[in-house]
Design a protein around this ligand. Structure first.
Ligand SMILES: [Zn+2]
Length: 182
C-alpha cells in the first residue's frame, strides 16, 4: 500500500514492504520521490532518512525535471505517431549517408518504443532497432547512435576494437555520448 507523506515540504510516496532496508528512487519524467521501507519503520526514521539525503534529492529531482523539459515524452497516441514518423524520416536520410561514408551496412531497421537503450543491433542478422526516444535528440546524437549500431555489424562487443572504429569515423563520439546521458 502506498501513502503520501510530507517531509519539510517534499511530498513522498511511501510504501511499506517486507524488505530489509529503506530505499529511495526519483522517478522519471516528473521527479516523484518514492520510498520503500520495511514494515514497522517509524515515521521519525523516514523523516531522518529524507533529511539526511536532502541535497541529493533536490539535485536529482531538478536534473530529472530539466531533462523532461528538454526532451518531452509524447503525451498522446497521435503525438507518439508524429514522433515516430519524424524519426523514421531522419533515420532514412542519415543511415544511407553513414553507410556510404563507413562502408558498413545494416540489414533493415525498425523504430521501437524502447526505454532502456538508444539502439540495438542483432549481430547475426545485422538488423538495427532504434529507440523512439531518439525523436527528441539532435542530429549529431542520432548520427552517433546510427554509427554505434552500424559498428556492431562488424564488432559485437564494446572492446578496444569497437572504440577504435568509432574513433576513426567519429573522433568526437565521447562528447556526443555524454550529451545522450544527460
Ligand atoms: Zn553497443
Amino acid at each position: 500500500m502506498t501513502e503520501k507523506i510530507s517531509v519539510d515540504g517534499l511530498v513522498i510516496e511511501l510504501s511499506k514492504k517486507r524488505i530489509k532496508r529503506m530505499n529511495m528512487r526519483i522517478k522519471e519524467p516528473d521527479g516523484r520521490i518514492v520510498i520503500s521501507a520495511p514494515c514497522g519503520t517509524l515515521d521519525t526514521e523516514i523523516v531522518e532518512f529524507v533529511r539526511s539525503r536532502r541535497g541529493w534529492i533536490d539535485r536529482n529531482v531538478a536534473r530529472i525535471i530539466e531533462r523532461a523539459a528538454a526532451h518531452p515524452e509524447p503525451e498522446t497516441r497521435a503525438e507518439k505517431e508524429a514522433y515516430r514518423r519524424d524519426l523514421k524520416r531522419r533515420i532514412s536520410e542519415r543511415l544511407p549517408y553513414i553507410e556510404e561514408v563507413t562502408g558498413l551496412r545494416a540489414n533493415g531497421w525498425t523504430v521501437r518504443d524502447m526505454h532502456t537503450r538508444w539502439g540495438s543491433c542483432n549481430t547475426a542478422t545485422h538488423h538495427i532497432n532504434f529507440s523512439l526516444k531518439l525523436a527528441t535528440r539532435s542530429d549529431e546524437e542520432l548520427d552517433y547512435i546510427i554509427l554505434h549500431e552500424l559498428v556492431h555489424t562488424i564488432v559485437p562487443g564494446h572492446g578496444a576494437d569497437f572504440y577504435a572504429v568509432m574513433d576513426r569515423f567519429m573522433p568526437n563520439w565521447k562528447s556526443i555520448r555524454a550529451k545522450l546521458k544527460r
